[in-house]
Design a protein around this ligand. Sequence first.
Ligand code: BG6
Length: 489
Amino acid sequence: TNTPKAVIVIFGATGDLANRKLYPSIYRLYRNGKLSDNFAVIGVARRPLTNEDFQNNVKKSIENFDDPHIDKDEFASHFHYNPFDIQDLGHYQALDKFINALDEKHQTEGNRLFYFSMAPNFFGTLAANLKSEGLTTAKGWTRLVIEKPFGHDYPSAKELNDQIREAFDEDQIYRIDHYLGKEMVQNIEVIRFANALFEPLWNNQHISNIQITSSEVLGVEERGRYYDSAGALKDMVQNHMLQMMALIAMDPPIKLSPEEIRSEKVKVLRALRPMTEDDVHKYFVRGQYDKGLVNGEELPAYRAGNGVDPDSNTDTFVAAKLMIDNFRWAGVPIYMRTGKRMKQKSTEIVVEFKDLPMNLYYGKEHDTRPNLLVIHVQPHEGITLHVNAKKGDYSASSTPIQLSYENSSHDKMNTPEAYEILLHDCMRGDSTNFTHWDEVALSWKFVDVIADAWGKKKADFPNYETGSNGPKAADDLLAEDGFQWWDVT
Ligand code: BG6
């Protein structure tokens, strides 16, 4: 059969991500027949745990699943724990033997997947030691999945990348951007390139502006220490937001191979108009949440959070106007915004089309609106096309209507999760939905200019209330161009 076989080694096996996302994803792959019996997972972390403890953690992470034909004990028996000291070379040699033994037992053809799901300051040491102790050369394939944050600016990302590249080739490295695993983000390409309807209009002749929003309701919760040194710009814009933008704006690839798609995405990032310090203050809006009332409960301001500097200058909200300087997009503003503690949890892309050259439906009996194509990424998954049609009455008045498609709404349980898709892709050797170093480098270089400009000037924070849509300046950004944010959810 074609189901992938591998020993998966998860560094950071007791962490939040592993428990919340990775074990459930492995379970779902297994349940859906995307993973055969030929797999084993080695959980690696510092803490001394027994195999039994570890397997219990794994079972706990999948307790919400109830599939009568799956024996959870049998599933958990594929998981093994290996307490580990990253500095101790002897531990690597022992791990190597352990991998080989499990390879033998589960017949995984010598394939190894290393998953770095831990604090990034260990990535370099870990990669170097894996190589020096011979773990990166095996009978089958060896791949590395690496979690964000990938550096905190271009120089640190480059340093990290150089360290990893000492041990792994670029085509062995799978850098996770979990937005690329989302069903509707992957759908962008299909909607654009499998329809005759959109692509001919997908340019500055017919599109007036594009809006990409990813808003969250939660604050930074327990992640204050990490977040206070990152902020929304580095946490969301550098990766998820720019990735969505690249997929929306890229030219059609000559085929659907990872190399061709990546090369088109890279071209978009290269065409992003670089910002000067003055531009940053004009085209980028930063925000930080204040306290606010949500469902009768008063939630504290960002600065009052755990691990956060009480005088913090960190952005929890970013809105921006980007320009892509190429033939297709010259003159079309691409707006994006993302923030925490906003009104709703929602990720959406709105493509607004230009008005017709002449409007016949202008009297007060008519309500004609711009055509919008809305891609709903979450929580709803689908697309909506906003068009104008005749009102269903005796008149000839026009009125806005919506054509909507909702993705597998009846069976949410079976829609694959981002991490599940990405793990499966990696095991199949498909790197399409991972970020190549070239993309990471360009995104950081773009973002660094903004971070530097902001770093030089203290912001007037807090400037938006918890539960709102961000600071007013974010609305002004569009209003100055004669546009508005479409709140379409
Ligand atoms: C992560 C960020 O990459 O994405 C988090 O570090 C953010 O701060 C999260 O909350 C949002 O992901 P999603 O899938 O919930 O939109």
